[in-house]
Design a protein around this ligand. Structure first.
Ligand code: MN
Length: 232
């Protein structure tokens, strides 16, 4: 039965259900990078594989400079639908803080194989501790590799950009490639100003004046009491 029957039965202005649209076939598989302000700011790199998102936490964020080898700690698989998650994880929950999507797109293997072949190949490569892929993101493009560090912590990998036309030679900082008005940056800016303001208040000339007045009053009181004591 076609989706038109589904759509006819519903008013999407009144119902929160998704309208019936045929899923556009996306070439390759999906990748997403979520920037995550938890106890530490980091980036979560996720690749769709076998119906889940294989996930790595990248403390310094990805780089487009092939000279950078960015530590990527493999973490637990995330559900496929996590690809769209953005927002606040409430205090007291795992990963509490703010999540925003930093980059998103499709990926393939280096041979641009069909989806089934890519999944088969990458699943096997993942076990050997070395996978290579091409990202088609807005920020990250071209060839990348994830290589497991041997003899180190069980889950430590390196995320490396390969040399190609998308590689950069100058320093690359993913933080600078993030909009100033992103939810996390807004939060960081607000907290920074609040901290600065509280600093300013304690060191402003007016505060200093008040403090010195209070202490001079104390001095006066002290000297008065000293005089009184002498008079007694
Ligand atoms: Mn995270």
């Amino acid at each position: 039965m076609s989706l038109s029957t589904y759509n006819k039965k519903r008013n999407f202005k009144k119902s929160a259900e998704p309208s019936g649209k045929i899923k556009k076939s996306v070439p390759g598989l999906l990748f997403v990078i979520q920037r995550h302000k938890a106890s530490h700011l980091h980036y979560d790199f996720r690749l769709e594989l076998g119906g889940v998102l294989k996930s790595w936490a990248v403390p310094k964020g990805p780089s487009l400079n092939p000279g950078d080898k960015r530590l990527a700690m493999m973490v637990e698989d995330h559900p496929y639908n996590y690809k769209n998650f953005e927002g606040v994880i409430a205090e007291g929950n795992y990963g509490a803080g703010i999540v925003e999507i930093w980059d998103k797109g499709s990926y393939t293997d280096l041979e641009n194989s069909d989806k089934t072949t890519v999944e088969k190949k990458l699943k096997a490569a993942l076990k050997t501790g070395s996978i290579k892929f091409i990202l088609h993101g807005k920020k990250l493009k071209g060839e990348f590799a994830l290589v497991k560090i041997k003899g180190r912590q069980e889950n430590a990998w390196l995320l490396i950009k390969h040399k190609d036309e998308f590689a950069v030679h100058e320093n690359y900082n993913s933080e600078e490639d993030t909009p100033k008005n992103s939810p996390i940056n807004k939060w960081l800016a607000k907290n920074k100003t609040e901290k600065q303001q509280s600093k300013k208040i304690s060191s402003s000339p007016k505060t200093k004046q008040v403090i010195s007045e209070i202490s001079s009053k104390k001095k006066v009181k002290k000297s008065i009491s000293r005089v009184k004591a002498k008079n007694l």
